[in-house]
Design a protein around this ligand. Structure first.
Ligand code: HPA
Ligand code: ZN
Length: 324
């Protein structure tokens, strides 16, 4: 089955590129940039990845990215991930990035965009992969800051496939970002949002009604609201589910308890994704394999899941035809 799942052409719709920073590269970049890390070995970094919830993860996630200083660091980060993903049979990657987390450290948007866009072109040329870029706003920071970031990104609007919403969910409902997302819509930029990972089903409704998103990132808590499940099914809303992430952040206790089978049973459009592969114990293939081991799904189920991702990806029709 591992061989089959590896060969299956997979599109990844939910990945934080800063969360793909493996400890080995973290140390190499720390050395290159003269950044002090609070760990003395790669093993010590991995040992620290024992999370209680989303917030305890985010603390280390924001600390880890302190080694990213120059555009070549962002380039190396993304290429490192694209190469690993390519080796696992991933043909298309949509990467979230967090400009505010970098701006807060004095790293300009231009530095981030230059590095990531160079890596995107290189992945296409050298690996035959397609990629997309999702600029995410940090929901635990003020909405007017997000608006300023969106405006200051004017030179790069054309390069953005979507805007997103991430970081600590509880207490930061989508409604806080209505104006920002309205502005993005006016600019013709598609929208996605994390909702229903730790937050209640109401946040999923808000993301749909107030932010007009075309996909929900995570969304697993929709099952607490049967009317919402019916709506998601009727409207064909895609959920970008991240099984290993949900285990590591204790959204579910064990992979066997994950509601993926119920979500599929309910007729929802589901995709499998890695979220922050360097922190959550594996990339796309590991997430697919974990589902295979836990749920015993057939090849047809995995073909369906991979197909849904390609159908709902930000890619040209030409590329979609190539992959389908
Ligand atoms: N959830 C919310 N925000 C994030 C995550 C996540 O899993 N990873 C990086 N930012
Ligand atoms: Zn995420």
């Amino acid at each position: 089955m591992r061989d089959f799942l590896k060969r299956l052409p997979k599109a990844e719709l939910h990945l934080h590129i800063e969360g793909s920073l493996e400890p080995e590269l973290m140390f190499a970049l720390a050395r290159r940039n003269g950044v002090e890390l609070p760990y003395d070995s790669v093993e010590a970094v991995r040992a620290a990845y024992d999370f209680q919830d989303l917030s305890s993860f985010l603390e280390l996630y924001y600390q880890g990215m302190s080694v990213l200083k120059r555009s070549e660091d962002f380039h190396d980060l993304a290429m490192d991930y694209f190469r690993r993903a390519h080796a696992e049979g991933v043909v298309h990657v949509e990467m979230h990035f967090d400009p505010q987390a970098h701006l807060a450290r004095g790293i300009e948007l231009e530095v981030v965009m230059e590095g990531l866009s160079l890596a995107q072109r290189e992945a296409e040329r050298e690996l035959g992969m397609s990629t997309a870029l999702i600029m995410a706003f940090l929901r635990d920071r003020p909405a007017d800051e997000a608006m300023r970031v969106l405006e200051s990104a004017a030179p790069y609007w054309e390069m953005l496939d979507a805007v997103g919403l991430d970081s600590a969910e509880r207490g930061h409902p989508p409604s806080k970002f209505v104006e920002v997302f309205q502005r993005a819509k006016m600019l013709g930029i598609p929208r996605v949002a994390h909702a229903g990972e730790e937050g209640p089903p109401e946040y999923i409704r808000e993301a749909l009604d107030l932010l007009d998103v075309c996909r929900i990132d995570h969304g697993v808590r929709c099952l607490e609201d049967p009317a919402l499940v019916t709506r998601l099914r009727d409207e064909g809303v895609v959920l970008t589910v991240c099984p290993l992430s949900n285990v590591r952040l204790k959204v579910v206790e064990r992979i066997e308890d994950h509601p993926l089978p119920q979500l599929l049973e309910a007729g929802l459009r589901i995709t499998l994704n890695s979220d922050d592969p360097a922190y959550f114990g594996g990339g796309m293939l590991d997430n697919f394999m974990a589902c295979h081991d836990a749920f015993g799904w057939s090849k047809e189920t995995f073909v369906q899941l991979a197909g849904t991702a390609i159908e709902s990806a930000f890619m040209s029709d030409k590329r979609r035809l190539e992959l389908h």
